[in-house]
Structures are given as structure tokens and as C-alpha cells.
Ligand binder design. Sequence first.
Ligand code: SF4
Ligand code: SF4
Length: 365
Amino acid sequence: MHATDALKEADRLMTVCNSCRYCEGLCAVFPAMEMRRAFTSGDLNYLANLCHACGGCYTDCQFSPPHEFNVNVPRTLATVRAQSYAHYAWPGALAVLFRRNGLFVALATAASVALFIFAFMGAGGAHFGEAVQGTGAFYRIMPHELIAWLFGGVFTFGLVALALSLRHFWRDIGDAAESPLAPRPLWQAIKDAGSLRYLDGGGVGCYNKDEKPDDNRRFYHHLTFYGFMLCFAATSVGALYHFLFEWEAPYPWWDLPVVLGTLGGLGLVVGPIGLLRAKRQRDPALLSEAGAGMDKAFTVMLLLTAVSGLLLLVLRATPAMNALLAIHLGIVFALFLSLPYGWFVHGLYRFAALVRYAQERARDA
Ligand code: SF4
Ligand code: SF4
């Protein structure tokens, strides 16, 4: 019935948990599970994407190892979750490439694009080691039209790939009671996702090797998510400035795109470093090897994007600007290209699962 060992194991565990139901107050996974008697592969992918791997149910479970039932819900759902990203991704061939060599492919893409920009600068007569300053300085290195086409193209491709993957996921996790855009469940899901409501192990936090739960993962997730959104807002405001008012970058430090980008960049430095550190502190029994490479690749690419962007901001009036611009643009291009195949999709699938959960709760109420 199920195509993978992880799905078969998840089916077995959900059947055990449905008889036990001790953990029903911990998170959304267990109430969602209780609404089902049998589990399709789509159901299991849905439940897996509701799980935050906090470890609460593993610590509380009377059937976790060394018990013969060998119940380890966080690790099993983490494996199913990671496999679901590749299963629903479009196009599948790129998903396989990124899953096997995530960080390498992303870094190689970043280096290739940076080299292309270096070559372009050389052909255009720009010189390394020469400070280019003032309004429009970036576009004397590389024309705005070329940047817009290059990044608009890869961003559009990423959006299309993400939309098709998400549609595949949404259709596979069961018949929707309503449109995903129905306002009440959508608003409930936005609140739950925005506060990371279920990433708290039932109120005590996430479990680590030292068995002292803490809220660090939630804090660093928040910094990363809101840092990403602020950087996205900075880029959007910059595009509006350019196209609506013909105000060219670089902008002064007090202007909105720079303020948003600086705050977002700081969030994207502290958040990913904290997440990488928090991962090392986790109980290995909770962790799944599946998807660990994708997770690390995305976190490292976010960190490199933020560090190169902040360096470009600080050193933009110096001779280092040319090289830093090429490196930063190369990293951003690789990040955009890898979005549909990296850990970024976990936010989308989790959000879709939360919308479905809110719909099912409202229907059952
Ligand atoms: S994880 Fe263990 S304690 Fe919790 S519902 Fe499942 S079987 Fe019961
Ligand atoms: S979110 Fe936590 S409590 Fe819920 S299933 Fe996942 S690990 Fe268990």
C-alpha cells in the first residue's frame, strides 16, 4: 500500500498512537490523526508536515525504545517529511539533484553565476579594485535590465515550481472541505504559523540531549523566518523605488530598503547560526538522516546570502564593492534556484497542512 519503508513505519506508529491517544494535547498531529481510522500515503505526508519534531511525544511515550513497540514518532515523521519534499517537487529531476548534493549544487551555482558576472564586468570595462560610488553605482558594474532579467527569470521559475509542487501536495493530502483560500481557516493557519504554535513540545519547549527542554529552536526559527521576510520586503521596496520613481540603488543607510535589509540580514545571520547550533544539541534519537543535507544546504545558503549582503552594505563605497556584488548576486541566484528543492518548502507544506487542519477542526466542531 505504501511506497516507502518510512511511510509503512509511520502507518504502524499512527495505528499504535490512535489506540493510545496519550499525546493528543501536545500538538496538531495527534488530533488530526484521531480524525482518521486508516492512513493513506497522503494522510501520512499531511501528518508528517504538521510535526515540528519537538520531541515531546518521544519523551512522554511509554512505548519508545527500548520498549518492543519501538515508537519514535518524531524521527519517523521527519523521514516521511523529508521524502515528501522530493516526492511532490516539480520537476522531479532537479529535486533528485538537489537532494543528493544540495550544498554542492547550490555553491557551484553561486560560483558559476558570480564568475559570469565577473566576466560581464570585464567585458564592460569595469575594473576590480576600483571604487565605484554614488547613485546607480551597482548598475555601472552590471546594467539593471540584466539583473532584472536574470533574477526575475530564476525567481519566476522558482515561484512556478513551488506552486506546482504545493498543488500536488494539497491534492494528495485528501479531499479539501473548502478552498485553501477560505478566510477563517486561512487566518487560523496564519496565526499558528506566525507564532510557531506547535513548536513547544506541549508547552515546555524542544527536547535536547541533556533532556532539558528549551524554546531556542522556536526563537531561531522566528529570527530566520522574519529575517527572510524583511529581506524580501527590502528587495520589493527597492524594485518599487526603481520602477515607479526611478530612484536608483544604492540607497542611503536611513532609507527603507536599507533599514529593512539590514534588520533582515541580521536576523538571517543569528537565526541560521542558532538553528545549526540547536541541531547539534538535539537528542540524536529524534533526528532523521533523510533530508539532513537539504536542511543544512538551505541554512548555509541563507547565512551566506545575509553575510555577503551585509558586507556589500558596509563596503559598498570601497574597491571591494565590485567583487562583493558579484559574489552576493551569485549566492542569491543559487538560493532562488534551490528554493523549490531545499528546506524552504517545509514552510509551505507545513502552512498548507495547518490550513487543512484548521478546515478539518472547523468541520468537526
Ligand atoms: S507517542 Fe506513545 S504515548 Fe504518544 S500517543 Fe503514540 S503511543 Fe501513545
Ligand atoms: S510536533 Fe512534537 S509532539 Fe507533535 S508529533 Fe511532532 S515531535 Fe511529537
